[in-house]
Write a protein that binds this ligand. Structure first.
Ligand SMILES: C[S@@+](CC[C@H](N)C(=O)[O-])C[C@H]1O[C@@H](n2cnc3c(N)ncnc32)[C@H](O)[C@@H]1O
Length: 268
């Protein structure tokens, strides 16, 4: 693993690497029924892009921000055998775990490089035209608006013309729909209580306690995310400003949705 000297901290508060980190993050599957389908949307978006744009490419280089447990990385690698992922995460605990996980998968381990770095710092170090695609799930919404805009601007600058930006994340609709989406997310977290009761029924009180604790943490996290909220309209405006076209929004699952946009080959 490459360890940068200046692994500066960003707007992110490291909560995934601590109480919500590593394998515990997978507990989310208990609460969010759509989680796997939503992850697969990113792989599907990459696959569609490759089929349309990369017929003659030997290799498709994808820069991923925030691999976390590696669930998104796996979807990216499955999209096409020519995909090679550089996955950048700034939390050492997450990165060591995900790297260990992939090192045991013979067919995939040589198609992914994990880099411990802040994504903005990493992008600053990239040459122009250095990747074909950028992909991320559940990462950019954690950034403050200012930091996020800097990251997306650098992605636009460093990506090859004709490259693709794919992000599966929290994007708010208008106020009325957003309230409903937010309430649906909170309701989903009540499923941790059901799982806790089941754990108690088999005498696993430690597991029950853990599930109740993470329910509280995820609800708190959802509340905090409201401060850094980005709307669909704001993302569309940013795409326009940065020279992206062919913007496609995918299937919505409460607060989250996948967006894909292609960097124009020639600026207008
Ligand atoms: C919520 S997890 C998402 C993981 C995975 N993509 C998924 O959908 O389950 C967000 C990840 O982004 C990483 N992250 C947050 N801020 C970052 C930054 N500035 N640079 C690189 N990685 C960052 C976190 O450490 C965490 O692993």
């Amino acid at each position: 693993m490459e360890i940068p000297e200046n692994n500066r901290s960003s707007a992110y508060d490291a909560r995934f690497a601590e109480s919500l980190g590593g394998s515990e993050y997978e507990d989310l599957l208990l609460a969010l029924d759509f989680y796997k389908e939503f992850q697969a949307e990113t792989g599907k978006a990459l696959q569609e892009y490759i089929q349309e744009y990369c017929a003659n490419a030997d290799r498709v280089k994808v820069l991923e921000a925030g691999p976390g447990t590696g669930i998104t990385t796996l979807e990216l690698l499955k999209a096409d055998p020519r995909v090679h992922v550089v996955a950048v995460d700034n939390e050492p605990k997450m990165l060591v775990e995900v790297q260990n996980r992939f090192s045991t998968i013979e067919d995939l381990k040589d198609r992914v490089d994990f880099v411990l770095a802040d994504i903005l710092t990493y992008l600053e170090s990239c040459e122009d035209n250095s990747f074909d695609a950028f992909a991320s799930v559940y990462t950019l919404h954690n950034f403050t608006p200012d930091f996020r805009e800097k990251v997306i601007s650098l992605i636009a600058q460093k990506m090859k013309p004709g490259g693709v930006f794919i992000n599966g994340d929290k994007y708010a609709r208008d106020e009325e729909h957003h309230k409903k989406d937010f309430q649906a997310e909170i309701t989903n977290y009540n499923k941790f209580d059901t799982a806790a009761v089941e754990a108690e029924a088999v005498g696993d009180s430690a597991r029950a306690e853990h599930l109740r604790k993470i329910k509280g943490e995820w609800i708190h996290h959802a509340g905090e995310d409201e401060r850094n909220r980005i709307t669909v309209d704001e993302q569309n405006a940013l795409f326009e400003k940065l020279g992206f076209e062919e913007i496609e929004w995918g299937k919505r699952f409460d607060l989250v949705i996948t967006v894909k946009a292609v960097k124009k080959k020639v600026a207008n």
